[in-house]
Ligand binder design. Structure first.
Ligand SMILES: Nc1ncnc2c1ncn2[C@@H]1O[C@H](COP(=O)(O)OP(=O)(O)OP(=O)(O)O)[C@@H](O)[C@H]1O
Ligand SMILES: [Mg+2]
Length: 341
């Protein structure tokens, strides 16, 4: 996979070509100060957000009686703030409203699929810039786009192409995972199709194997084949309940893209080629194939989530008490050490 192939798979490159066959979306250039903020490990909370601003209450935790705790707005309250981006924020809000009020956010290539656990609704659905920041700043996939988009390219000696970072806002659509498929195109031929959510068994795929495969092939020949800038690429589709096929995304043909139920070796060495009957089609065939979700490893223990979102106030109180008693123990130990013999 060459750097140029990665460049061609940016959303703003493929979207204008296939706009008619995909989910309505808007692209906003990402200002440099926003990129810097996304890459800065220190700050998480965005100022100016009604529901994401976290408040630290001065000394409330020193109380011994849990019942006595006053979550008041007195002047010992400190608001953790982050930089504000008023101009960009209003552009984002305008775009979100134009797309119906709920969006699915991405950068040039990736969505923050590894970070949905941090959102209050456990989903990537966003309604304002602070929702987007919260999941973007928690996502390794977003950091990958920003820092090393050409990491696995074969032409490492050539200079990295100049990338203009963009925030992609897609109209929120309830996609049923069993309707999603990943399609592999080599030398302009559709050689393989894999169920996208390979962790689950969907009986309807087994029953409708032929119709699904045929619908995707037809969609490819009519709308995609020879219309893209490369002859090797991977595209994702959604087959809706009426049997219509929609384009979801375009990805580079190479290791950065998950090969799902195929292996990259099979796909690149010619082991999988287009047969007369059509592309190879793989899907989970029984409950035995159930596997854990690949994004689970990005999650953190439930207790951490409760603490970070303040969802369980008692857990937070216990945590602060524990921290305080540890500090006191340490201080006592230090005093003992310093005491004259
Ligand atoms: N507009 C949308 N509304 C709601 N959910 C969406 C939308 N677009 C995509 N999704 C869901 O999010 C998943 C990931 O989307 P997408 O393929 O754009 O992300 P990605 O980062 O490019 O993923 P990959 O790394 O696998 O290529 C899709 O499989 C789909 O389930
Ligand atoms: Mg993708």
């Amino acid at each position: 996979m060459k750097k140029e192939q990665v460049v061609n798979c940016q959303f703003s490159v493929w979207y204008p070509i296939f706009k008619k066959y995909t989910i309505k979306s808007l692209i906003l250039p990402l200002p440099q100060n926003v990129i810097d903020y996304l890459l800065d490990d220190g700050t998480l909370v965005v100022a100016g957000s009604e529901h994401n601003t976290q408040q630290i209450h001065g000394n409330d935790w020193e109380s011994n009686e849990e019942e006595d705790i006053q979550w008041s707005d007195d002047d010992t309250t400190t608001t953790v703030t982050a930089p504000e981006f008023p101009e960009f924020s209003s552009k984002v809000l305008e775009a979100i409203n134009a797309l119906g009020g709920n969006v699915f956010p991405k950068l040039n290539w990736s969505a923050p699929r590894d970070a949905n656990w941090i959102a209050l609704n456990n989903s990537l659905q966003c309604r304002c810039l602070s929702d987007i920041f919260l999941i973007f700043k928690s996502s390794d996939f977003i950091t990958h786009d920003l820092t090393q988009p050409f990491r696995v390219c074969s032409d490492q000696d050539s200079p990295d192409p100049d990338i203009k970072y963009e925030l992609v806002l897609r109209k929120w659509s309830e996609l049923i995972p069993g309707g999603e498929f990943r399609c592999f195109v080599k030398e302009n031929e559709l050689i393989a199709i894999s169920q996208r959510d390979y962790t689950q068994y969907y009986p309807h795929i087994l029953k409708q194997e032929e119709q699904i495969c045929q619908a995707i092939q037809e969609f490819y020949t009519l709308h995609i084949q020879y219309n893209f800038l490369d002859e090797d690429f991977v595209f994702d589709v959604y087959r809706d309940s009426l049997g219509r096929v929609w384009l979801i995304d375009l990805n580079p043909f190479g290791e950065v893209t998950d090969s799902l139920l195929f292996s990259w070796e099979e796909l690149t060495t010619g082991e999988i080629t287009r047969h007369q009957e059509g592309p190879a089609f793989r899907y989970a065939t029984s409950d035995m194939t159930l596997q854990p979700s690949p994004c689970l490893s990005y999650r953190i223990p439930r207790d951490f989530v409760d603490l970070s979102t303040g969802e369980d106030a008692y857990k937070l109180i216990d945590f602060l008490k524990l921290t305080k008693s540890r500090q006191e123990d340490e201080e006592e130990e230090e005093d003992e050490e310093e005491a004259p013999q």
